[in-house]
Design a binder for this molecule. Structure first.
Ligand SMILES: O=C(O)CC[C@@H](O)C(=O)O
Ligand SMILES: [Zn+2]
Length: 535
């Protein structure tokens, strides 16, 4: 098949020129195009569906803050709205209150101005929506639980929001193979509860589990807290059903552990952030629910001890090690200050959470105890607490899981999600702290130590271009110097797409542009996201 040249394709030389200047990329200086109400208040508001959700404080429009130009997509007309309302009565909303929630990201950092929210229930409906949008050249923003952290899940301009919220059916579960097949809008926590009743668990776990959708997890290749044990979604997702930009339904919803027939197409959609197709159903391999879980929360005097504790516990705990997370003392101060949680182990510059999951509590506790004895004797950890009952385990986990939430109460947050060689992980935080000095309110580091994944977060009283200039591209150059990744698990979305070249060669970006043009020649799927700006 030939590769059609579309507006999203850049010539090789143009691409090279663009990539060469991304380090200093700035929004175009031309006057931004304001989000224009195409049909606005003339439309009859539908019934609000989520009146209980908190009101959003006014977030600047993304297109204005970044001075962006709208791509030449069609404008939503009264006839278009009529078509969608006929296709899914009561599920095509133009209610400004409801749209307000869906136009803003969870961090309240980016805001679009979509005027239509669609809630299909089936892949067939998604197919009809996309076929229509493709014909009319209307841009579409697929949206799951809207918990993403890089601005990938909300519109930049007036893209139609295609929500998976009502695609929430479990299709099948096979207790012999542990394979679950479900629609994309199932909430991660709900799936986990369903599985736990049957002696299984989901292979991924995130702080956002109560709201995020499995389709969104797959579309962003979310990592989370269990990756160390169960690997990434690239391994556990066995099949996908995806609707392509022109409405074609791609049924690759296989439930097979082994299948070497041709290219593994599902991998293209895992982590593509809704830019290549809309994931409508997922087949996923789920592990057995562990019979025994223990959690140790320990304090370490410096980062080299955090590292040594990791290598020691990996060697001593072996197959029962299921998570190794770290956080610095600033993180703990913030969860105490903003969320009122209490830290059971005070006075350490670093803390680690070590989880074991196995099938025999006596055996596992014996192993954990001998590791703890060794770690204390060697002076790797100074203090700690261990939990084996569910309630205490949850309480300890919340100290780690709720750091993101605590940060949002601390001010405007600048987020970096970096992969680095484990030995270098914390140096970036130290360097950044020294570089920013008083300009930042707090600079904190935490993350998935076992996966070499640092969450560097910087807070300030308010958003400032000059603070951003002090952070970027420094943070990306630093990461590239050590061959790290500028997005370990959150994706590129809107906020990081211009920096892809710090982690991918030009040839790879060029090929990605080609895939995008082949699968979505009009560029209607989640435009302005993931791939670099193409004027
Ligand atoms: O907020 C962040 O930077 C990280 C969020 C999430 O990936 C986590 O590991 O808690
Ligand atoms: Zn994370």
């Amino acid at each position: 098949m030939g590769i059609p040249a579309g507006p999203a394709v850049l010539s090789w030389s143009r691409l090279k020129r663009l990539l060469g200047s991304y380090g200093t990329w700035r929004p175009p200086s031309a006057a931004p195009e304001r989000c224009r109400a195409a049909v606005g208040s003339r439309l009859r508001p539908d019934r609000a569906l989520h009146t209980a959700r908190p009101r959003c404080r006014q977030v600047p429009l993304t297109c204005e803050r970044y001075g962006l130009r709208r791509l030449p997509f069609g404008r939503l007309s009264r006839q278009d709205v009529g078509f969608f309302q006929g296709l899914m009565p009561g599920r095509a909303s133009t209610d400004p209150e409801e749209l307000k929630q869906s136009n803003v990201d969870w961090l309240k950092s980016v805001r679009g101005c979509s005027e239509l929210l669609l809630k299909p229930k089936t892949a067939a409906e998604v197919s009809q929506v996309l076929r229509y949008c493709h014909e009319r050249n209307l841009a579409v923003n697929p949206q799951g639980g809207n918990t993403g952290l890089v601005g990938g899940s909300v519109p930049v301009f007036d893209e139609i929001i295609l929500s998976t919220a009502l695609m929430n059916q479990i299709i099948s579960f096979d207790p012999v193979s542990g394979i679950l097949v479900c629609q994309a809008g199932c909430i991660l926590e709900k799936l986990n509860e369903f599985l736990e009743e049957r002696g299984f668990i989901m292979p991924l776990d995130l702080g956002a589990k109560g709201s995020c959708h499995i389709g969104g997890n797959v579309a962003t290749n979310a990592g989370g807290l269990r990756l160390l044990r169960y690997g990434s979604l690239r391994g556990t997702v066995l099949g996908l059903e995806v609707v392509l930009a022109d409405g074609t339904v791609l049924d690759c919803l296989a439930s097979l552990r082994k299948d070497n027939t041709g290219y593994d197409l599902k991998q293209l959609f895992i982590g593509s952030e809704g830019t290549l197709g809309v994931i409508t159903a997922v087949s996923i391999l789920c592990p057995q629910k562990p019979k025994a879980v223990s959690l140790a929360f320990l304090g370490c005097q410096d980062f080299s001890r955090v590292q040594e504790t990791f290598t020691t516990c990996r060697a001593m705990l072996g197959e029962i090690l299921s998570a190794y997370e770290f956080m610095d003392e600033k993180c703990m101060e913030l969860v105490e200050k903003h969320l009122g949680l209490s830290n059971p182990v005070r006075g350490s510059p670093f803390y680690v959470l070590i989880e074991t999951s196995g099938s025999n509590s006596t055996h596992d506790e014996e192993k954990l105890n001998s590791f703890l004895e060794q770690a204390m004797t060697a002076g790797l950890v100074t203090d700690g607490t261990v939990a084996v009952d569910d309630k205490k385990i949850k309480t300890l986990w919340s100290l780690r899981e709720r750091i993101t939430e605590a940060l949002t109460h601390d001010g405007c947050v600048y987020k970096y999600d970096i992969s680095l060689p484990v030995g270098k992980l914390y140096d970036l935080v130290t360097d950044m702290r020294a570089r920013l000095g008083q300009r930042a309110k707090n600079v904190v580091g935490y993350g998935h130590m076992g996966d070499g994944n640092l969450h560097l977060n910087i807070t300030a009283e308010s958003y400032s271009h000059s603070l951003l200039d002090a952070i970027e591209p420094f943070v990306y150059e630093w990461t590239a110097r050590y061959n790290g990744s500028i997005s370990a698990e959150h994706g590129l979305g809107f906020k990081k797409k211009q920096f892809i070249q710090y982690s991918k060669p030009n040839e790879a970006v060029f090929l990605m542009q080609h895939f995008k043009a082949m699968l979505d020649p009009k560029g209607i799927l989640n435009p302005y996201k993931t791939l670099p700006y193409s004027p």
